[in-house]
Structures are given as structure tokens and as C-alpha cells.
Design a protein around this ligand. Structure first.
Ligand SMILES: CC(C)(COP(=O)(O)OP(=O)(O)OC[C@H]1O[C@@H](n2cnc3c(N)ncnc32)[C@H](O)[C@@H]1OP(=O)(O)O)[C@@H](O)C(=O)NCCC(=O)NCCS
Length: 155
């Protein structure tokens, strides 16, 4: 599933997201309740993973990778996965979700540039592509540098 969603022009290359996903599944930061698949007719057509991260030393969430089979993109599967993740994270009492991605896509889910609330990206060069979505338990003193689960350091 992830191989197809993240396939580049060179079909022989295994997408980096596939290796990342394998490493995330093996690590302590894996949160089964926030690893969600979308199925259609018994086939997995989409998947999103959210793992334990930190803002400074405050536990928060890092979202990604997310992927939808190319044959099923543009039909609301990503939308459903995002809303399911945000709703579940909020119900679990998590304060904030961070991700790296296109503002054009993620703004519709309430993501804003992380620097707007004093959260800095793991890599300064990510700029406004590093975004956050605050949840019910968020407090404005949650500020500082975001760190992803360790496997993200190796990709
Ligand atoms: C990004 C992705 C998860 C979205 O899932 P999806 O099921 O195709 O999205 P939806 O059908 O819910 O939403 C479609 C909308 O998102 C927009 N969109 C999709 N990818 C986008 C992107 N990278 N940047 C901006 N907008 C994007 C579409 O233009 C469409 O917009 P519209 O509603 O205004 O017409 C999916 O396209 C995908 O797997 N892409 C390849 C992998 C990837 O880039 N993952 C994200 C980085 S981890």
C-alpha cells in the first residue's frame, strides 16, 4: 500500500516512507490507537500513522506518513483518515499534532504554521511547511522545539 502511494518515477526505488514505517512499527513511539487504515471492499486503500513526539519535554504527536493508493486518491480517503486521527487524538487527551506537509492540503484540517504558536521545527529549513493542529487539552505554554520519534532521524 505505502509502496504504491509513495512510488517515485523510478519504480525500482523503495520509497523512504516504507523503510520509515517499518522502523516506526518496531519502536516505543508507535501508538496502535493512532495507526489507522482505510478499507474499501476488504482492500486497504489508505493508511495514516501518528507516533509519540515531544514539544520540548511535553508529549505531543507527530503525524505521518499518510498515504492513499494512487487509484483512490482525490476521493476523500485522506480527508477521512485525517479527521479520524484528529478526533481520536483529541479523545485520547493529546494536546497537539505536528506534521510536515503542504499547507494547501492540511490547512483544511486546522493546521497552522508551528511558529505561530511558538513551536519550532526539528529542522529550521522546513519553515511554514512544519505545521501544528492544537487540540482541546492544548495550553499556550506548550512551546519549544518539536522532536519526532527516533526513526525519523535516520530518513
Ligand atoms: C496526500 C494524500 C494523502 C491525500 O489523500 P487523498 O485521499 O488523495 O485526499 P482527499 O481525497 O481527501 O482530498 C483531495 C484534495 O486534497 C488535495 N491534495 C491532495 N494532495 C495534495 C498536496 N500534496 N498538496 C495540496 N493539496 C493536495 C487535492 O487537490 C484535493 O483538493 P480539493 O478537495 O480542493 O479538490 C494522497 O494524495 C497521497 O497519498 N499522496 C501521496 C503520498 C503523500 O504525498 N503523502 C503526504 C506526505 S506524508
Amino acid at each position: 500500500m505505502q509502496v504504491a502511494a509513495f512510488r517515485t518515477q523510478d519504480a525500482n526505488d523503495e520509497p523512504v516512507e516504507v523503510r520509515l514505517l517499518d522502523a516506526l512499527r518496531e519502536c516505543d513511539a508507535w501508538l496502535p490507537a493512532l495507526s489507522i487504515v482505510a478499507e474499501l471492499d476488504d482492500t486497504v486503500v489508505g493508511h495514516v500513522v501518528t507516533t509519540r513526539g515531544f514539544v520540548g519535554d511535553v508529549p505531543a504527536l507527530g503525524l505521518g506518513p499518510i498515504g492513499v493508493l494512487p487509484s483512490h486518491q482525490g476521493r476523500g480517503v485522506g480527508l477521512a483518515l485525517m479527521h479520524a486521527t484528529i478526533g481520536a487524538a483529541d479523545a485520547l487527551g493529546e494536546p497537539l499534532i505536528a506534521l510536515l506537509g503542504s499547507h494547501d492540503y492540511y490547512a483544511r484540517f486546522g493546521f497552522i504554521a508551528s511558529t505561530a504558536i511558538g513551536v519550532t521545527a526539528p529542522e529550521p529549513g522546513w519553515g511554514s511547511h512544519f505545521q501544528v493542529r492544537t487540540l482541546t487539552t492544548y495550553r499556550s505554554n506548550i512551546r519549544g522545539r518539536f522532536t519526532y520519534a527516533r526513526p525519523f532521524d535516520t530518513v
